[in-house]
Design a protein around this ligand. Structure first.
Ligand code: SF4
Ligand code: SF4
Length: 218
């Protein structure tokens, strides 16, 4: 799922307080599961913003609503936005972008979109994928170097690894994890194969993907 987290309130307040009527819109899919953009989080943030703005002596009308998904136009069509002069989205970047393209009022992000991740426990996520457009997990024992290596290098480890830890100190070295997993699977020799450089054109050349277009390769 897309993993998101709420921006600090000190960052959100200046974005919206020059408006008079701001509708907070949650997203009932990934953002809700990440405990950042569901009904409860929308209500809580609306209340915090009411408090913050009343302390500043300003009066902003904050409303609260939740869409099933912000990244699909059919759900955005259900939004009654006529009364509002701005939207504060508690969805991922895709939700903010689609809301902004569909509505004639400004849309602001209340969340930061972090990565595609797997659940590790309640509200705990492992970054697994950065949507690079050309998956190499078949060569790396299911561990993504683009996402889990601090430098995103395709052939590691680099000289910064120490006792299996990345020089950043905040993570295991992805390439040590890859080697260990390949060895567990009985293919440590696969580690010696050189991977080609990452082809970033796959991601940057096609901003719109039509999955129904079967005439040619995307
Ligand atoms: S190689 Fe690319 S598509 Fe595959 S998991 Fe990593 S970032 Fe995602
Ligand atoms: S130590 Fe490992 S995870 Fe850190 S940058 Fe180097 S190869 Fe990547």
């Amino acid at each position: 799922m897309i993993v998101v987290r709420q921006k600090p309130i000190s960052e959100i307040v200046p974005m919206v307080t020059h408006h008079e009527r701001v509708l907070l819109v949650g997203c009932n899919t990934c953002a809700a599961v990440a405990l950042a953009g569901g009904e409860k989080e929308v209500e809580t943030l609306a209340e915090l913003l009411r408090l913050a703005t009343s302390r500043r002596g300003s009066t902003v009308d904050f409303g609260a609503g939740v869409l099933q998904r912000q990244c699909e136009p059919e759900f955005i069509e259900q939004l009654e936005s006529g009364h509002w002069d701005a939207i504060l989205s508690l969805g991922c970047g895709a939700g903010v972008a689609l809301l902004a393209s569909q509505l004639d009022i400004p849309v602001y992000p209340a969340l930061d979109t972090l990565f595609i991740g797997s659940a590790q426990g309640l509200a705990s996520w492992q970054a697994e994928c950065s949507a690079c457009g050309k998956c190499v997990l078949g060569k790396t024992a299911g561990i993504c170097p683009v996402t889990r290596c601090a430098k995103g290098i395709m052939n590691g480890p680099c000289g910064g690894v120490s006792d299996g830890t990345c020089e950043l100190g905040d993570r295991d070295c992805a390439w040590v994890l890859i080697y260990d997993r390949l060895a567990e699977l009985g293919h440590p020799d696969a580690f010696a194969e050189t991977n080609p450089p990452k082809d970033h054109s796959v991601r940057t050349n096609s901003p719109v993907w039509d999955m129904t277009d079967t005439d040619g390769e995307q």
